[in-house]
Design a protein around this ligand. Structure first.
Ligand code: ADP
Ligand code: MG
Length: 660
């Protein structure tokens, strides 16, 4: 930028930034970097147009404040500080009845003289007229500093096409030095942020916003001011300058869009389009008059963001009034008098274009964002970039983050939710299992104690009742009674054995076993009623797994016995074997009565049984569960006990690792 002192014109107010990407979208040169969820202005890329300030709904963008600097200038009595007032002021100070009030207030603030930049515009307009008449080189107007920065930084090959004419402000500043001496200080007052960096010939530049704040701080009110007119020569048509097409009208009132050789445009998208086409030579016969904002009246330094047409009307009203009172002869004389002021201006190559990057890098970013095919490029613009490709380029340059892509982030969130649900489910299961094994461990301890204590007396009862039985050869009735004692004592022993089995916290001793042979063996050790059909697959792809033979036999006989007991009227008991190289899955399925919904939770709880006294102990499934767990396996049951829902029956599904 032209002003060597001004490094950064626009800042982000970090606390206020909600990262909506509006500034990214609205920045004509993509000078916004999103980093760690913050929108940061890249000063080296910024052209100071202030568009991001205007569009941010959170007021999270601020321009460089120079009030202090101006106050310092004004407070030093040695300084002669000349104010150069931008011709857009009637669009700002709409609350004042007369422009002379504003000038009076500026004098109260301490300005030595107040010059009308519109006269600078008049001087500049003459130069444009000359240029238009004498050059074959097509030019782009140089009055908007943001446009000049844009060309210097992003289209440096067009630098020679920028009209080599000073801006109305610089022209006014040069006039001021002629009028009041080289040692004066110059302060610009206007609507523009980019002006703060336009030229070293201007000491400071304040926006109207800052100017109002200075008035407020110094308690300068319109009613205290003495109305006063501009110093220096009076301006003419130059006052219309801040409107789009203003320069055109200043240069040549008769020029029209139809027969003129100037294309006029403004606004952040239009000026870029125009420059692009100009560069390609598509509008070769025309000059370009461009403003970055929609006319200077829409500059970011105005206090009111909207009301474009109201502001326009205010300026028109002011100019009309002004021209009515203008002494044209005097004006022509003034123009003649200062026609020899040097109004030349040169521009520098300040190339800030990004170096080309390999498409493979961009492609890989695109892939990461899930954009593999062209149809994945939604170009929805939610990230602030027009296309997915531009977004990916910005990621490669380090200006953007991949998370800015809304479809990608939503997809990521979905995946995250899925994973979360899954781990939630796992957690739930683990909690249940933990509760269960805790219960089992407690049960185990108690059972072991009781069983141990009962074993000896039971042994004695069995032994003595057997002796008695042998001795009671003739007394049939007593023999029957003792027989009953023997039977019941045996039953007690069975229960106690079951308890001991269950409580035994054995280590397992694994060996390689063929599952199909193993199933056959487990069936052989049971009495299968005739009305129960057993199905065992003839073969399976990989039948081998590592188990503790004895213990796993208990699992299978218990499950098979339960299945048979659930089919009092007959049915089918089937085994299925499946698996991969890591796990084996065995299903044991019956067509029995099924398990009622309310009992499903209690299945593996010790002593839970639905069988009549003397038949069930409720220790089978807890034992099964414990053994499967020791094999690092899983067991679950699917069951239907309601005939109206289809075939009743139960299926126990066991998953075991092939190798523990
Ligand atoms: P028990 O067989 O001594 O009752 P288990 O722990 O082996 O004890 O089984 C507990 C209960 O689970 C049984 O009483 C029965 O209600 C139910 N059950 C187990 N397996 C089946 C099955 N295959 N079909 C229907 N119910 C079953
Ligand atoms: Mg059982």
């Amino acid at each position: 930028m032209g002003h060597s002192k001004r490094e950064q014109l626009v800042f982000t107010v970090k606390d206020k930034c909600r990262v909506c990407y509006t500034c990214v979208r609205e920045c004509p040169v993509k000078a916004i970097r999103i980093i760690n969820g913050q929108a940061e202005v890249l000063s080296e890329r910024c052209i100071g147009c202030g568009n991001c300030i205007t569009v941010c709904s959170q007021n999270a963008k601020e321009f460089l404040q120079l009030k202090k600097e101006v106050e310092t200038l004004l407070s030093d009595k040695k300084n002669k500080v000349v104010a150069c007032l931008a011709p857009s002021f009637p669009g700002e100070f709409v609350d004042f009845d007369d422009y002379k009030t504003l000038i009076g207030m500026l004098r109260l603030l301490g300005f030595y003289k107040v010059l009308d930049v519109a006269f600078g515009a008049d001087l500049v307009a003459k130069e444009y007229k000359k240029l238009q008449d004498n050059t074959t080189n097509k030019f782009i107007t140089s009055d908007c500093p943001a446009i000049v920065f844009y060309i210097e930084q992003y289209h440096p090959q067009l630098i020679d096409n920028i009209a080599p004419i000073a801006s109305p402000l610089v022209a006014t500043a040069r006039l001021a030095k002629i009028l009041y001496g080289e040692d004066i200080k110059i302060v610009f007052l206007g609507p523009c942020v980019a002006k703060k960096a336009e030229s070293d010939e201007i000491d400071e530049a304040l926006t109207f916003k800052e100017l109002r704040e200075l008035f407020l701080k110094n308690d300068i009110k319109p009613e205290n001011a003495t109305k006063s007119d501009f110093d220096g020569p009076k301006s003419g048509m130059g006052a219309i300058f801040p409107l789009s097409r203003g320069l055109l009208q200043t240069v040549n009132k008769t020029d029209s869009i139809v027969n003129g050789k100037i294309i006029v445009d403004s606004g952040k998208n239009n000026f870029k389009e125009a420059i692009k086409e100009f560069e390609k030579g598509e509008i070769a016969d025309y000059h370009l008059e461009l403003l970055c904002c929609n006319g200077c009246i829409m500059g970011a330094g105005m206090t009111e963001k909207a009301k474009r047409f109201f502001k326009r009307s205010q300026i028109s009203k002011y100019v009309k009034q002004k021209l009515k009172n203008l002494d044209y002869n005097q004006w022509e004389n003034d123009i003649q008098k200062y026609k020899n002021i040097d109004l030349s201006q040169s521009f520098i190559n300040n190339d800030k274009r990004n170096t080309n990057i390999g498409s493979s890098e961009v492609e890989s970013v695109l892939r990461k964002m899930g954009k593999i095919n062209l149809s994945d490029h939604l170009n929805c613009g939610a990230c602030g970039y027009d296309t997915c490709y531009e977004h990916a380029e910005a990621v490669v340059w380090g200006y953007a983050e991949d998370e800015m892509c809304l479809p990608y982030t939503i997809e990521k969130l979905h995946k995250l939710i899925e994973e979360l649900n899954l781990s939630n489910e796992n957690l739930k299961n683990t909690r249940l299992a933990l509760k269960h094994s805790e219960k089992l461990a407690n049960m185990g301890q108690i059972s072991a104690g009781i069983a141990h204590e009962l074993n000896n007396p039971l042994g004695i009862i069995t032994m003595y009742s057997n002796i008695l039985l042998e001795e009671l050869k003739n007394n049939e009735q007593t023999k029957k009674d003792v027989q009953l004692i023997v039977e019941q004592a045996d039953r007690c022993k069975n229960i106690v054995n079951g308890l001991l089995n269950f409580a035994r916290k054995n280590k397992i001793k694994v060996e390689e076993v063929n599952i199909l042979d193993f199933i056959k063996k487990s069936i052989d050790s049971l009495v299968i009623p005739e009305n129960v059909e057993v199905y065992i697959p003839a073969e399976t792809s990989d039948p081998y797994f590592m188990i503790d033979y004895e213990q796993m036999m208990q699992v299978f006989t218990n499950l098979a016995r339960n299945a048979v007991e659930a089919m009092p009227d007959g049915g089918k008991l089937s085994f299925f074997v499946n698996g991969n190289d890591k796990n084996i899955e065995i299903k044991i399925k019956d067509t029995g009565i099924g398990i009622k919904e309310e009992n499903k939770e209690k299945l593996f709880t010790p002593f839970f049984t639905t069988k009549e006294i003397g038949k069930g102990t409720g220790l089978g499934l807890p034992l099964v569960y414990g053994i499967i767990k020791m094999h690092n396996g899983k067991i679950r049951a699917i069951s239907n006990a309601e005939p109206e829902k289809g075939q009743t029956g139960t299926e126990f599904i066991i998953n075991l690792p092939r190798i523990i």
